[in-house]
Design a protein. Structure first.
Length: 263
């Protein structure tokens, strides 16, 4: 107990000072929090699966990339440029096979696509694409479906009645066996996914529809050329580079367009 009046005055003054300091510090907490997360959108929830926030020229806001989900926008530079500049994207129905973070599908939605369905074998990618669509406010005309590992063909979760103006994909490039879920974004054993895509185009591609593929592997693109001949598709390389002068795997990816001849 303080018996000295001067000691009491000092004690009261210290208590008042401490109270002011505490209130002042609390008032700074939101500001400090924004500084600590300046590289992330301030409205983003704390999602345990997010491993990074990434910027691309297509969006002002950053996109989330979940654990095990592939991210390298160099794969699709020419594809995204075409989507940005092609006015015919508006009002179309689009299927993306192997969506990953949802980047390509979201570019299509931003360009005015009427409806986009995206698929992926990786459960994290499915949630990642949904998350980014919601984050950008583009979720109302976007549907993401998970492909089962037991049947990972291109159209395994697409009904026969579903047909599209544009089918788009930046699929796995390399003819190798995936051993982990993230490797399904890299490897396509025997090009089975690619072959199943060609096999389903008669059913799922609308008349006058087209397919856009982005590949960075010489072997894969030569396989596309061969399959185009087998299925009677018009093959167009939308890239000035000469394939035989490129290394087996290269970046940025090369875009090719496929269409059935006009009847």
């Amino acid at each position: 107990m303080l018996k000295n009046p001067q000691s009491k005055i000092v004690a009261v003054a210290l208590l008042v000072l401490c109270s002011v300091i505490v209130q002042f510090n609390f008032s700074l907490i939101p500001f400090s929090g924004k500084l600590a997360k300046k590289n992330e959108p301030s409205s983003a929830p704390n999602h345990s699966e997010i491993r990074a926030w990434k910027s691309v020229e297509d969006f002002e806001q950053e996109l989330a990339v979940f654990k095990t989900v592939f991210w390298d926008p160099r794969d699709t530079e020419s594809l995204r440029k075409l989507i940005r500049e092609d006015e015919s994207i508006a009002g179309t129905s689009i299927l993306e096979i192997g969506t990953g973070s949802g980047l390509i599908s979201l570019c299509c939605l931003k360009a005015g696509a009427k409806r986009v369905i995206a698929t992926d074998v990786n459960a994290n990618a499915v949630e990642n694409a949904k998350f980014n669509a919601s984050h950008l406010g583009l979720e109302s005309t976007f549907e993401v479906r998970q492909v089962p590992l037991s049947n990972s063909s291109a159209f395994s979760v697409i009904q026969d009645s579903e047909k599209f103006d544009l089918i788009i994909s930046n699929p796995p490039w390399v003819n190798r066996t995936p051993n982990t879920i993230d490797e399904y974004a890299l490897y396509d054993q025997n090009f089975d996914l690619l072959k199943s895509l060609f096999a389903g185009l008669k059913i799922h591609l609308k008349p006058k529809g087209r397919v856009l593929l982005a590949y960075g592997c010489v072997d894969a693109i030569k396989t596309i050329q061969k399959l185009s001949d087998e299925y009677g598709l018009q093959y167009t390389k939308i890239d000035p580079r000469i394939l035989d002068r490129l290394p087996e795997e290269f970046l940025p990816g090369m875009m090719v367009q496929l269409q059935f001849p006009a009847e």
